[in-house]
Design a binder for this molecule. Sequence first.
Ligand code: ATP
Ligand code: MN
Length: 294
Amino acid sequence: MAKRSVLTLVSEDASQDAERGDYDDLATGENNDSEEFDLERKSRRAETVKKDLQMQKTEGGVFSRETLENVAKLGVGGYIDRIMGPISTGKEADVFLGELKGKKIAIKIFRLASASYFRNPTVLQYIIGDERFKKIKQTPHDLIKSWALKEFRNLKKAEEGHVRVPKPIAIEKNVLVMECIGQDKPALQLLKARVDDYGKVFTDIVSQMARMYQADMVHADLSEYNILMLEEKPYIIDYAQGVLLSHPKAEEFLERDVRNICTFFRKKGVDCEPDDVLKKVKEKKVKGRVKRVN
Ligand code: ATP
Ligand code: MN
């Protein structure tokens, strides 16, 4: 797998969480001491992560050989050291807790077997309308890989736009590696987390949405399920459905995201009006140039 370069922040002061900067090292793969990084160590690590994964149980049964190979490649590349256990088992993907250079990572494995998911036109529209994926083959198998790649690219795009997201580390076909939100234990979804000040979190989320919009993107599946809470700060996750603003339904998706967020926060006593929120999200967009929002 090709080595991926580290994404550096465009402007230091726009970074919201400078203290998380040391995560950048992880996205480089291998180790700095690559002189002594020999073939034997690489293949040993590939075997370790493969075995780790084989020990895990998923709802869909065993992992395919292809998935195990993809995980092994990420081991060889220096993007996964260990896979420890499941964080979540969902409809289209399983998320595992892993370790890389002493830090916790989240490994999202999209099910190659969930082909029927991609026969659904509602699901298909998120990828077919995206100009970045115009030329992809539309077999369910290829679609899943593009779906995973789309999440990875959207995460990068969001990160570049200074949206608070898990740092994307690597992608190999249907396996995506990213920073784990919550190093002691994985962070809880907004729905389940203890929150002291919902008003503050709401304002923060609107600011994240504005950053995303400025980065030319709409999340398109935003809800209290896809926001993780760590130390009262919201992290938006699950970007596979995210589309560029050029997508014919981008506006519709954005309005739905805003409505979902307002519905949740209204129940928590926050006074919010979808029209006002929509205006806030869109107001700082300057055509042809990314302007910073705080
Ligand atoms: P589902 O099919 O259940 O909707 P999904 O495909 O939508 O799953 P995600 O929403 O990306 O997948 O992740 C599922 C769950 O895994 C999240 O709700 C969260 O609990 C956990 N999770 C995902 N990414 C991370 C991360 N980077 N750090 C910590 N936990 C994570
Ligand atoms: Mn989700």
